[in-house]
Design a protein around this ligand. Sequence first.
Ligand code: CTP
Length: 402
Amino acid sequence: MLKNKNIVLGVSGGIAVYKACALTSKLVQKGANVKVIMTNSAQEFVQPITFQALSRQPVYTDTFDEKDPSKIAHIDLADWADLFLIAPATANVLGKIANGIADDMLTTTLLATQAPVYVAPAMNVHMYQHPAVQRNLQLLDSFGYKFIEPGEGYLACGYVGKGRLEEPETIVKVLEDEEKEIPSYFNGKKVLVTAGPTQEAVDPVRYFTNHSSGKMGYAIARIAASLGAEVTLIAGKTNLDCPPNVKCISITTAEEMYQAVHEHYPNSDIVIKSAAVADYKPKMVFDRKMKKKEGSLHIEMERTKDILKSLGEQKQGQYLVGFAAETNDAVTYGKEKLKKKHLDAIVVNDVSQEGVGFQSSTNQVTFISKNGLEESLPMLSKDETAKQIFALIEKDIKGVHE
Ligand code: CTP
């Protein structure tokens, strides 16, 4: 469970630093990647070289020791972490982090991380019971930090009581239990996604298309795969790379998308159609380049097949999600499309808004389901929007409506 996990281990200065050495070694033996940050006081007990040898990684001691000019070390380390553990956490470090003080590498990196934080306190029994320390622990609890409570027993200061850093084996066990991955609802589900524009040729060198970048559909496919789904992405021409663990199928025209989608439809559990499919294509496709002539040019266009509508008509238990890009009355039009195309849900966006739509990296959508779940999401990155869409799909399928 800890294999390949990136763990930042913050070591602050107490006699229990020696146990943090054993802890580092045990985490490495479990297959974790461990990077250690030491406070100045911690270095009074043990030299950084010990942790460097045990973790086989450089040890961080100074916020201003920036070895790589292309990175800011504490931000890079904070982003790298899947899990942040402070062991031992002294009364001083607890006080600082409870109050947002960031005056060294450990506390600065901690403030910058978004990883789950575990704190293993260690100190004299009376220090541990002091109201200031107890208040700080409560504050940290309110931040969502998790504790590995100190054990009771003989303390280095001569007292017997609560304050001893929990044994490294127990700390590792707690982390393993907490970090057990619960399989997501989408694990093993077959998810079919469409993305990007279609191109409709008029002659060998010219075509009709639209501004779709494919970013939203690719984000949906990427997130679905990260949730454990088996993902097929059918996409028009974009500049994007196929996301990891996704089967990508490249198409050009609406007709090719129709064929590819219908081929995969019977074997899909969830279908999300975020592609911007052309509604019309030239009626005649010239096999030679058209030559310019005097006067204006008329190209007769005919309707393409409405892929989404055809899927709605042939539904056999699939959960079908459409997209609607509108410039006005977005929710009203969205609801009409939801009904007309027999969808389970529609994701509506008002593309007239700044930061919304085709080329943008952000999006602001409203999710509306047939069952009456309606939720407007805030402006988010397309990845975050995709995550929220899956959370809403799960909620809708399970029938959880507030
Ligand atoms: N869609 C499709 N096949 C088409 C056109 C659109 O599958 N030929 C899908 C898109 O992938 C999207 C949804 O339908 O999920 C968009 O609905 P649509 O009614 O086509 O939107 P607009 O083209 O914006 O419709 P209108 O022009 O009527 O507003």
